[in-house]
Design a protein around this ligand. Structure first.
Ligand SMILES: NC(=O)c1ccc[n+]([C@@H]2O[C@H](COP(=O)([O-])OP(=O)(O)OC[C@H]3O[C@@H](n4cnc5c(N)ncnc54)[C@H](OP(=O)(O)O)[C@@H]3O)[C@@H](O)[C@H]2O)c1
Length: 286
């Protein structure tokens, strides 16, 4: 049963998959036989909801064994149970990416359950403050930079000895379109996401000799608790104008960010590294 469910992933969007009848899933089998990430292992941070959850689900649908993680045990349990019910190969553990011991536990979990790691997808990110950049406390600066910028590099350094043993390893960072088009009142967050573009380039250069690729996606406004939460009203205020003038006239969905990550991990992207790809209904990049 698990194999049948795993073989028919791409017709699903979000939670709809559970409602697709088994006969329909079996009918789809031919279209999905090419499991691009079969037998690969992916570690995804911040993956119990929103963009991270959609990415974790898509990587698993495309054949990978996926390690789910976030700060709260109940969120991890819920995400793992949901994806296991869909026949996907996942495990999970608590990992606050800002805590060294949690990061180490994440590495250990991946090795114990799946015997290695091929892909790291760094989704976890925070924005605990809306207001003036120069009025931001040092504590808030440290928190945002620790979680959004330092933790992907520190986690990768812990995973590197294991990833370099595998052929075709790959890292995907999750920045934001605010790295190109800063949102008012989100100055520290904007800065952290711009830093990720530089981290992507630097890591790509550093790891190229080892054959490890590093890429980055920059989502626009995506329909998640984070994207549409109280604190992000500043983003929403700008949306009508931006979308009316430039965009695809809709908000992004978490699944809009998932296929591109699967592609960047896959061998189809084997000559792509150091790229920052905007997933925003329009790209403000020249
Ligand atoms: N939504 C947007 O419009 C948008 C646009 C551009 C970029 N992004 C970026 O996309 C990423 C995900 O955002 P989202 O909209 O999907 O958010 P979300 O729906 O709020 O989900 C955030 C996920 O990250 C986990 N998390 C939060 N802090 C964490 C930490 N310190 N360590 C580990 N896990 C943590 C949360 O679970 P727990 O609470 O259990 O930890 C949850 O699973 C962020 O980096 C964000 O900056 C979002």
């Amino acid at each position: 049963m698990a194999a049948i469910l795993r073989s028919v992933p791409r017709v699903f969007r979000g939670y709809q998959c559970a409602s697709v009848p088994l006969s329909a899933r079996m009918f789809q089998k031919g279209a999905d036989e090419k499991c691009t990430l079969a037998n690969k292992v992916a570690v995804v941070t911040g993956s119990t909801k929103g963009i991270g959850f959609a990415i974790a689900r898509r990587l698993a649908q495309d054949g990978a064994h996926v390690v789910i993680s976030s700060r709260k045990q109940q969120n991890v349990d819920c995400a793992v149970a949901t994806l296991k019910e869909e026949g996907l190969s996942v495990t999970g553990t608590v990992c606050h990416v800002g805590k060294a011991e949690d990061r180490q536990h994440l590495v250990t979990t991946a090795l114990e359950h799946f015997g290695g790691v091929d892909f790291l997808v760094c989704v976890a990110g925070v924005n605990p403050f809306v207001g003036s950049t120069l009025g931001t406390s040092e504590q808030i600066w440290d928190k945002i930079l620790d979680v959004n910028v330092k933790s992907p590099a520190l986690l990768l350094s812990q995973l590197l000895p294991h990833m370099e043993k595998r052929a075709g390893s790959s890292v995907v960072l999750v920045s934001s379109v605010v790295s190109y088009l800063p949102m008012p009142k989100l100055g520290v967050y904007n800065t952290s996401k711009t830093a990720l573009l530089g981290l992507c380039k630097s890591l790509a250069v550093e790891l190229a000799p080892k054959g490890i690729r590093v890429n980055c996606i920059a989502p626009g406004i995506i329909r998640t608790d984070f994207g549409l939460g109280e604190k992000e009203k500043a983003m929403m205020d700008m949306l009508p104008d931006m979308n009316k003038i430039y965009g695809l006239q809709r908000l992004g969905e978490p699944e809009d960010c998932a296929g591109i990550v699967s592609f960047l991990c896959s061998s189809d992207a084997s000559y792509i590294t150091g790229e920052n790809i905007t997933v925003a209904g329009f790209s403000p990049r020249v």
